[in-house]
Design a protein around this ligand. Structure first.
Ligand SMILES: CC(C)(COP(=O)(O)OP(=O)(O)OC[C@H]1O[C@@H](n2cnc3c(N)ncnc32)[C@H](O)[C@@H]1OP(=O)(O)O)[C@@H](O)C(=O)NCCC(=O)NCCS
Length: 174
């Protein structure tokens, strides 16, 4: 399964993940964010004709106070660099076939490379309510308890995976 950076020539308009906001982002903004503004890069899984899934990443920083207490120990008091997984979606026709997991493992490798090249404390995602379990499968944990969430208007759950866990998952020996 090929994963590569989005190209201007990739057809995006027929992609449908079932999540309107994610689809709108991919149709309208992924290209300009990458090619004009350089504020994020979208990686796509393509078969011969079309995009089956995408993951958009951009560097972020975390305030130390946002981290769970055990992760703060011995860190400097200034914000730390992380990789943000800004968007992840798979076309409805190809969901539950391993593509989301494949994209996520690719993003793990980007985070490990970022750690080697410029520094990266971990991977951060604002998980939509239906995707929290998906991320938990890969070891992501929420920053804060879910207390106070409204069932009527659930908010995304900020989750993270430390770089040590990412390296362990990417290491062929594990
Ligand atoms: C969430 C999403 C990206 C998962 O991609 P996918 O290609 O369907 O998932 P995969 O087939 O790679 O599944 C990987 C594992 O996660 C599990 N999984 C997949 N979707 C899940 C979900 N929504 N909840 C819980 N577990 C899920 C699978 O069972 C699989 O586990 P297994 O390997 O033990 O069988 C995809 O379903 C999607 O695009 N959904 C709509 C948009 C969305 O919610 N995006 C996330 C925004 S934060």
């Amino acid at each position: 399964m090929e994963i590569r950076a989005l190209r201007p020539s990739d057809g995006r308009s027929s992609f449908q993940s079932g999540d309107e906001a994610l689809d709108r982002f991919f149709h309208r903004y992924a290209g300009q964010n990458q090619f004009r503004h350089h504020i994020g890069v979208t990686y796509v899984v393509v078969d011969t004709r079309r995009v089956l899934g995408f993951a958009t990443v951009a560097p972020r920083q975390l305030e130390i106070d946002e981290l769970p207490e055990r992760a703060r120990k011995k860190l400097p008091r200034y914000p730390v660099p992380v990789l943000g997984l800004a968007r992840l979606a798979v076309d409805k026709s190809a969901q539950r076939m391993g593509i989301g997991g494949h994209l996520l493992r690719f993003v793990f490798r980007l985070a490990a490379k970022m750690a080697d090249d410029v520094g990266c404390f971990g991977l951060v995602v604002d998980a939509k309510p239906g995707a929290v379990e998906f991320y938990a499968t890969y070891g992501f944990t929420p920053f804060e308890s879910l207390e106070g969430q409204s069932e009527a208007r659930p908010q995304p759950t900020a989750m993270w995976l430390p770089i040590q866990a990412i390296r362990a998952a990417s290491d062929p020996a594990h």
